[in-house]
Design a protein. Structure first.
Length: 257
């Protein structure tokens, strides 16, 4: 049975000579994995199929697609992607290599955090809003990925709690497992993984004034933003038991973090 859907591409994994497994966060069904055949020409033929032309145009991270697919059988783990095309929104974004690098990192993070088949209209709307904002953004925009991860916590149910502690108090740390702030005097043995003190203070200030968080991130120096990004990657890794985020090192180099 053929169904129609729309969704954001999160990840493409090469499969065989010409095929791919594509993870798409769909609007109505949440994260789903699709098999698509013929998106690349085989080495022998060198020809370019219509699906290859679609793939070159449409399988970038966070590109919104309109597509049709075939429902999987009970014995199958993948849906079969048939026809697809970009929705027409935010396509100019992919002409900027540095923005694509940012999206590649965020797409990898999100694809590893989401469970298959859990739709969320609010999360889908947030992704659409972020992609449109990033497309329109002019330099400097090196804070956008940090802002996305910070806000994403709300939609994934792991938004940090701002406890009644002084942000400048000695020994301020962020508990990566419990998602709370605490003070840890020097020499104290921690039970849970903790962040560094400078990153914890930066995160505390942002969470204390959420309406000004984006502007504060934009004005933040590279060193402080680097430590904050590292804290957030650590936090997501602990919260969702993530494996290595391979695009993280590339992101740091491109943005000189």
């Amino acid at each position: 049975m053929t169904e129609s859907a729309e969704g954001f591409v999160l990840r493409e994994i090469r499969y065989g000579d010409t095929g791919s497994i594509v993870k798409i966060y769909t609007k109505d069904r949440g994260l789903r994995s699709f098999f698509v055949k013929g998106v690349r020409p085989s080495g022998a033929s060198g020809g370019r199929s219509s699906r290859h032309r679609q793939g070159k145009a449409g399988l970038f991270p966070f590109l919104e697609l309109e597509f049709t697919y075939v429902e999987r059988r009970e014995s199958q783990t993948l849906y079969t992607l048939r026809q697809f095309r970009p929705s027409g929104r935010a396509q100019r974004l992919y002409a900027d290599v540095t923005k694509v690098c940012m999206l590649t990192f965020l797409a990898e993070m999100l694809s590893k955090c989401l469970a298959e088949g859990q739709a969320d209209d609010a999360l889908y709307g947030y992704i659409a809003y972020f992609v449109q904002r990033l497309e329109a953004a002019e330099k400097p925009y090196g804070h956008y990925h940090v802002w996305f991860l910070l806000t994403l916590c709300r939609y994934l149910g792991c938004y940090p709690q701002v406890a009644e502690v002084l942000p400048d108090a000695p020994g301020l740390r962020f508990d990566l497992q419990e998602g709370v702030f605490c003070r840890m005097p020097a020499g104290t043995v921690a039970q849970n993984p903790l962040s560094g003190t400078e990153a914890a203070a930066a995160l505390y200030r942002l969470l204390s004034e959420p309406d000004r968080a984006e502007e504060s991130l934009r004005r933040m120096g590279n060193t402080e933003r680097q430590s904050l990004l590292h804290l957030l990657v650590q936090y997501y890794t602990v919260q969702f038991s993530l494996s290595e985020i391979k695009s993280y090192a590339v992101l740091r180099e491109v943005y000189s973090l």
